[in-house]
Design a protein around this ligand. Structure first.
Ligand code: SAH
Ligand code: SF4
Length: 401
């Protein structure tokens, strides 16, 4: 857990719980080569053999997606039995799956280990297929310590950081569900999960070490093999960790800006009271490796009558001057109980035309999966309202297709 996350400023952050109790048998999912070698040493594998054994495991885990030690045909029978005595290959478990008419799939995942306040730990993961790519939206925390005013995840009470294994496990379960491992028949257009965005539940830069370690595993080109250029980390603006993310993780950066004045951003993204816009922009300018081919994406949620005027668009363009940037306008996704509304389509177009004419690519993110409880954090909350019986029924549905 990062020390920043523990120094909770009143009203800005919740304090994450430290209650994670890992399962008795550790899962190998999410481990690096060095960690695999260390565990192998712990069960008596001779030093001279560790590297080779770890490499074998790495291949079975991250290229083949093995779910059972028995599948590891080039590992001796004795070794397989020894591995199964000490470890598992568990990933998060699908509790509910919803498939939108547009092909978007949303999974509610139950994490191994003991839960919070008598409930299992659950997070969401969403797969969004497009013609030229398939993007997986991955969570970094159960809930979020921050309280952005328009975000449903921010309203959830309990927070804990995911482990690196639980983050990598989301990509693995997606490949499991989609049949997207190395043995897939790729004649019809290659891999299904080609891109990862850390835009699910949680603030990734408040779970820095686990996110970094997980993304190193995910981007290794001899394993899961999703290159850093195809991974985007979205932050609400944890300034001290932004440049560090560029140096130590090296993925693409997205910044949830949403407002152009401190006065408004203090309300929408309360973390702004700690790290105001000027400091955030300075960190963005310092982000390593920026160029016209490697731009920062600035996310801007379109809230009717709040931040969507032409004057806001002008101020946005002024603010981003000199930073290689893209602007991603996100139609607000309403959730039960929110006071905000999505901007009218005309207004979004006017805003988008202005930033486009100022030289920014400004795609409006097409709302996906609107028919399946789309807003961030919503599947989890809706499912929590269901009775135990309904949850079991959903789970059975998820298991049978
Ligand atoms: N905590 C990180 C990443 C997760 S949120 C962050 O805030 O950047 C991913 C993106 O979804 C952020 O830009 C966030 O502001 C946006 N978002 C959250 N709730 C939303 C909603 N109801 N409608 C549209 N966008 C939302
Ligand atoms: Fe957390 Fe991001 Fe939601 Fe803000 S927008 S509450 S940082 S998940």
């Amino acid at each position: 857990m990062s020390s920043t996350a523990q120094t909770a400023a009143a009203g800005v952050e919740k304090t994450p719980l430290e209650t994670y109790v890992p399962p008795a048998m550790p899962s190998l999912v999410g481990l690096s080569r060095a960690e695999l070698m260390e565990l192998l040493g712990g069960i008596g594998v001779a030093p001279a053999q560790r590297r080779m054994r770890a490499q074998q495991l790495w291949h079975w885990l991250y290229v083949r997606g093995a779910r059972d030690f028995e599948a590891m045909s080039n590992v001796s029978k004795d070794m397989r039995a020894e591995l199964a005595r000490h470890f598992t290959l568990h990933r998060p478990e699908v509790v509910a799956e919803q498939i939108s008419t547009d092909g978007t799939r949303k999974w509610l995942l139950r994490l191994p280990g003991e839960g919070i306040a008598g409930r299992a730990h659950e997070v969401e993961c969403v797969y969004i297929p497009e013609t030229d790519r398939g993007t997986l939206c991955v969570s970094s925390q159960v809930g979020c310590t921050l309280n952005c005013a328009f975000c449903h995840t921010g309203t959830q009470r309990w927070v804990r950081n995911l482990t690196a294994g639980e983050i990598v496990g989301q990509i693995m379960i997606a490949r499991d569900r989609l049949g997207d491992w190395a043995d897939r028949d790729t004649a019809n257009g290659g891999r299904l999960v080609t891109n990862v965005v850390m835009m699910g539940m949680g603030e990734p830069l408040y779970n820095f070490d686990a996110v970094r370690n997980a993304l190193h595993v995910v981007s290794d080109n001899e394993g899961i093999g999703i290159s850093r250029r195809r991974i985007t980390l979205s932050t609400s603006g944890v300034v001290p960790n932004i440049v560090r993310a560029g140096e130590e993780i090296g993925v693409m950066l997205a910044v949830s800006l949403h407002a152009v004045t401190d006065e408004l951003r203090d309300q929408l993204v309360p973390l702004n009271r700690k790290y105001p816009i000027a400091e955030l922009m300075a960190a963005c300018r310092d982000y390593p490796g920026l160029s016209n081919a490697r731009r920062i994406t600035f996310e801007y949620v379109m809230l009717k009558g709040i931040n969507d005027s032409l004057a806001d668009a002008r101020a946005l363009v002024r603010l981003l001057k000199g930073i290689p940037a893209k602007i991603n306008l996100i139609p607000f996704n309403p959730w039960p109980g929110t006071a905000y509304e999505c901007s009218d389509w005309n207004q979004i177009e006017t805003f988008s035309d202005y930033v486009f004419n100022a030289g920014y690519s400004s795609p409006v993110r097409t709302p996906r999966g609107r028919d399946i409880l789309a807003a961030c954090g919503q599947l989890k909350s809706e499912t929590e309202k269901l009775s135990a019986r309904e949850r079991d029924a959903l789970r059975a549905m998820a298991m049978t297709d």
